[in-house]
Ligand binder design. Sequence first.
Ligand SMILES: Cc1cc2nc3c(=O)[nH]c(=O)nc-3n(C[C@H](O)[C@H](O)[C@H](O)COP(=O)(O)O)c2cc1C
Length: 265
Amino acid sequence: MLGVGEIRNHSASLRSGARIILARQRIGGFEAQLPRYIRPMSAQEQTTAGNAVIETILRRRSIRGPYHDRPVPRGHVELVLASGLAAPSSKNAQPWRFHVLETVGLRTRIADAVDRSSGIEEYVPHDPRTGNPSPHWSSTVLESSAVLRTAAVAIAIENRGVFSGGRATLYAASHEALIGNLTAYGFETMGLGTALENMWLAANSLGIDAAFLGDLVIAEGEARTLLGIEGDLMGVLAMGYSLEGPAPKQAPPPVTQTDSPVVWH
Ligand SMILES: Cc1cc2nc3c(=O)[nH]c(=O)nc-3n(C[C@H](O)[C@H](O)[C@H](O)COP(=O)(O)O)c2cc1C
C-alpha cells in the first residue's frame, strides 16, 4: 500500500478473465487511481462469477432422459409456468399459450402421431437455395418422440400469431405482405424463445431436467386437434428427473458468416 488515504475500490473484469481492482488513493495532496492487486479469476468465478442465475444458465443442457417415473410436483410446474408468463415480448403482446401435458395418455397420443407422420427422415432444415435437406443435419424426430414418451410432464408452446396471423397467414401472403409479416413473426418467435428459456432455466433451478422438442411440430395437425390449439404449435418442453446426464454437446455446423459467434466493436 502506498501511504494512508481515502480508498474507494472499483473492480473491472477484462476480456481475458483477469480482474483488476483499482483503488483511488490520496497520497499527500494528490489523488490517483492505482491497481491494488491483479489476480486471475478463480475457476468458480470464471464460470459463474459466484452468481446462481449465471450458474443455472451455464449449466443448462438438453437432457433427453430417459426420465424417472417420479412426478414433477404441481407447485414446481406452476413456478415454471409463472416464469414463462413473466417473459418479455414485443409490445408486451405475450404471443404464447402454454398447454400442460399432464397425462401420460395425452403425451403418448402425441408421440404416436409423431411416429406415424410422413417425411420423418427429411424433417431437417432445408437449404433455401436448393430446396434440399441441408447436409449438416440428420433427423431426430424419432428420438424426440421417445423423449416425450418418458417425460414426467411436458409443456406445449403455442404461438397465437398476434402480429403475423401465424404460419397459415404467412403461407397465403402476397410477396409484399410477406415482408412485414415475416418481421412480425420473428418478433413473436423471439418472445416465445424468451418464454421457453425462462421455463427451461426455472425447471433446472428446481432440479428438473428438460429438453425442448421442436421436432414434434411434424405432427402439428393431430396435436392441434388433441390440444384444441388455434394458433401454431412451436414445440414441446419435456421435463422430468433424468436417469442419465446429457449427451456430449454436438459440434455446431460450419460457420459461414464469421468465425466467431461474438464480435466486439
Ligand atoms: C428451437 C429449438 C428446437 C429444438 N428442437 C429439438 C428437437 O426437436 N429435439 C431435440 O432433441 N432437441 C431439440 N432442441 C435442442 C437442441 O438440439 C439443443 O439445444 C442443442 O443441441 C444444444 O444442446 P444443449 O441444449 O444441451 O446446450 C431444440 C432447441 C431449440 C432451441
